[in-house]
Ligand binder design. Structure first.
Ligand SMILES: [Zn+2]
Ligand SMILES: [Zn+2]
Length: 280
């Protein structure tokens, strides 16, 4: 099976390198396709999203690459589209007129009611601790509950085809410092979210980006969650969340072996605009 990666960040958001660098890397690795998924612009200041004024240039660039590499590898134009509670990201970026091949729906921001601010769940440990202490009165349960509630809101409002890093909140939870994934309330939040995913027939990505950047020892989502996905017959795909060209297939064999361990016998891959099933 030739791997396809849809989750790629180049210089237009927080990745390193031109789109062509990533495409050449994908060709060298004999991959079956590559999609670009710059972080969508958002109406909040940050260092990692694409700037609104660069959106047109990004789209033009990727569309040009599609033509240039036509004979060598399929190239897909996408975005990692943020969902932010009560902020209309789609309108902000003129989403309906972008003519994308795909998008990955993602939650990075949550609304922190106590402080009346938005902040991200995957920032560095100092920010994470501050949110936990000041935003949620040291209650990790309240923190992750808010995260998964927001994720479910995203599914209901966007009705997306592809979902990014389901349990991103575990990024700062190495060695179970803040919570245990066996905690009853954590399990309940995850399972409620899986039911929503199944209801809307979304494709869930198995993302190796936490591992390639040294944050996690496992994929997003964790193996136990993949087993629960399997029970519900949720379709899964493999993505790298690559921020540099060498990582566009980072530990895909490991991800597929995790998927197999969860009981799956196939994954889904994005080919010419639709997901096709591939035996593993
Ligand atoms: Zn992301
Ligand atoms: Zn990403």
């Amino acid at each position: 099976m030739k791997y396809i990666n849809l989750h790629t960040h180049d210089k237009y958001s927080d990745g390193k390198g031109d789109p062509a660098d990533f495409i050449n890397s994908a060709i060298e690795k004999k991959m079956g396709g590559i999609g670009f998924s710059s972080h969508s612009p958002v109406p909040l200041p940050n260092s990692w999203s694409m700037k609104l004024e660069n959106t047109g240039k990004y789209i033009e660039d990727i569309n040009n690459q599609k033509v240039l590499f036509k004979k060598e590898i399929p190239v897909y134009l996408g975005l990692e589209l943020d969902y932010i509670e009560n902020l209309d990201v789609k309108s902000y970026i003129g989403f309906d007129k972008l003519n994308l091949d795909f998008y990955l729906a993602a939650v990075h921001y949550i609304y922190i009611e106590k402080l009346d601010i938005y902040d991200t769940v995957d920032d560095n440990i100092t920010v994470f601790k501050k949110i936990l202490e000041e935003g949620f009165d040291h209650s990790m349960e309240s923190f992750y509950t808010k995260y998964f509630e927001t994720y479910r809101m995203m599914i209901n409002e966007y009705r997306p085809l592809i979902l990014a890093h389901l349990d991103l909140i575990k990024k700062n939870n190495g060695n179970n410092v803040y919570y245990n994934e066996n905690d009853e309330s954590y399990v309940a939040q995850v399972l409620m979210t899986l039911d929503e995913i199944k209801k809307h027939d979304c494709v869930l990505e198995v993302n190796t980006g936490g591992m390639s950047r040294g944050y996690t020892s496992d994929t997003y989502p964790s193996l136990w969650i993949l087993k629960e996905c399997r029970k519900r017959k949720i379709r899964v795909t493999v993505n790298a969340d690559a921020h540099q060209k060498d990582n566009i297939d980072f530990m895909f064999d490991f991800a597929v072996s995790n998927i197999r361990k969860a009981g799956y016998t196939s994954i889904y891959q994005f080919v010419e605009g639709t997901f096709k099933e591939h035996a593993i």
